[in-house]
Ligand binder design. Structure first.
Ligand SMILES: NC(=O)c1ccc[n+]([C@@H]2O[C@H](COP(=O)([O-])OP(=O)(O)OC[C@H]3O[C@@H](n4cnc5c(N)ncnc54)[C@H](O)[C@@H]3O)[C@@H](O)[C@H]2O)c1
Length: 402
């Protein structure tokens, strides 16, 4: 997938359980790389490497000259453990202890699939790590303490019962969906959507799509798909989620249907948002897709051969490293002081960056006859080159061709 070797790849074995954990640092920028930490049964070094490469692109793609936040390199962590495993928290603690030197010096991490930020914060604090993003905070102009305070404030905010930190990513996904609909000339109020996954990303995406008038007819979690042809009550489902994004089935309304999880892909809707695992749209199921817009909230959710088939059919695929960049960029916009740590400041910045970026990449893709992913990669590469010019010692080449 990538034309360069990772800066660092390591495999950790938990001495108590034998469970494996991985860190891949794809590239460094100013000596630091950023990327989340996922926990899922079956995660592999290859998956973590793919995700770290996408992080390199994700960091650079939102670069805006004049912002205090200048893109970091790309990295990712993964622990091969089911988040529901009773040993999960202790495994995370031992992983944190083992990775402490990396986390404090060059690996800025945070929540991802299967891991909540508040749990990382608690567990890492016990290991003497002040912040999972400590290495990046050391780059902040007015100092790590000020950055830490801004992040604390931002994470203390909630909007209608959900923490701001859990909303910004999905809000960004919804903004890219809305920009893609606009590009295709489709009114949100005439569009329908299914979201796979109802954790941080899926929950907030569903909320903000529904708020924009999109009829969210299906939402899945690890137990299956909940479907209602006239639209689900997203807020009621959000209120009935557990910490891992599983919906309490006792709260379903009359008319809400329970369907097998894998049928999310078949739904006769305009928009599909994969917001759970990676590698979910494949050559095996792509023919079942009826949607015309796919926004990848989940990292690496569409395999290249499936994406090629979708593009041939005129489906718009907004790539992961643009669609879901909101969380990552928001962390740094807050930490570096580019935005007020408020919901309004956060949503304005995310919308102000992601709507034009989505338009730009779709326009470039159409003009140059390339895929949106290729267009977005080119935009990210250009921005990385611009960063390299200003910070000459900081950037390795990040050509990721998909
Ligand atoms: N949280 C972030 O900050 C963030 C940022 C960018 C990208 N992402 C990506 O978004 C995706 C989701 O991350 P998240 O943080 O929302 O995860 P999460 O753990 O908060 O939620 C995961 C959701 O997926 C559901 N799920 C699990 N197995 C499933 C299955 N087999 N079928 C359908 N649903 C299933 C869970 O029930 C839950 O609703 C991941 O690919 C992650 O890498 C997350």
């Amino acid at each position: 997938m990538s034309s360069h070797d990772s800066y660092l790849e390591l495999t950790w074995t938990d001495e108590i359980t034998g469970i494996k954990g991985y860190v891949v640092i794809d590239t460094l920028s100013r000596g630091v790389a950023g990327g989340g930490l996922r926990m899922r049964d079956g995660v592999t070094l290859n998956e973590v490497r793919d995700l770290a490469q996408a992080m390199t692109l994700k960091e650079a793609v939102v670069y805006t000259p004049g912002d205090r936040y200048v893109p970091l390199g790309g990295a990712k962590g993964g622990i091969d453990c089911d988040p529901y495993d009773p040993r999960a928290r202790d495994v995370l603690a031992r992983f944190g202890r083992a990775m402490k030197p990396l986390i404090e010096v060059l690996f800025a991490t945070g929540e991802d699939f299967g891991v909540r930020q508040d749990v990382i914060d608690e567990v890492f604090a016990d290991e003497g790590i002040r912040s999972s993003a400590e290495s990046a905070l050391s780059l902040v102009d007015d100092g790590a303490d000020a950055a830490h305070e801004r992040l604390k404030l931002a994470f203390s905010r909630t909007v209608d019962g959900v923490g701001l930190g859990e909303l910004v990513g999905g809000f960004g996904v919804a903004e890219t969906v809305l920009a893609a609909l606009e590009f295709r000339g489709t009114e949100p109020t005439s569009a329908t959507a299914v979201v796979q996954g109802f954790g941080s990303m899926g929950g907030a995406t569903a909320r903000y799509l529904a708020a924009a008038g999109v009829r969210v007819v299906g939402i899945s979690d690890r137990e299956g798909l909940i479907y209602h042809p006239s639209g689900l009550d997203v807020e009621a489902l959000l209120a009935g989620r557990d910490v891992f994004g599983v919906i309490d089935r006792n709260l379903l309304r009359a008319g809400d249907e329970l369907r097998p999880g894998e049928t999310w892909v078949d739904a006769d809707v305009d928009i599909l948002v994969p917001a759970a695992m990676s590698y979910v749209i494949t050559a095996d199921n792509v023919d079942r897709i009826k949607a015309s817009v796919i926004c990848e909230a989940a990292n690496v959710s569409t395999l290249p051969d499936a994406e090629a088939l979708l593009l041939e059919r005129g489906v718009t695929v907004v790539p992961d490293f643009v669609a879901n960049v909101g969380t990552n960029a928001w962390w740094w916009w807050v930490a570096f002081g580019d935005i007020d740590p408020t919901p309004e400041g956060s949503f304005n910045k995310i919308s102000g960056v992601l709507r034009p970026l989505t338009r730009e990449l779709l326009t470039r893709a159409r003009r140059e006859g390339i895929s949106p992913r290729q267009a977005a990669t080119a935009i990210s590469e250009d921005k990385r080159a611009a960063v390299a010019e200003h910070y000459p010692t900081s950037v390795k080449s990040a050509a990721v061709a998909r």
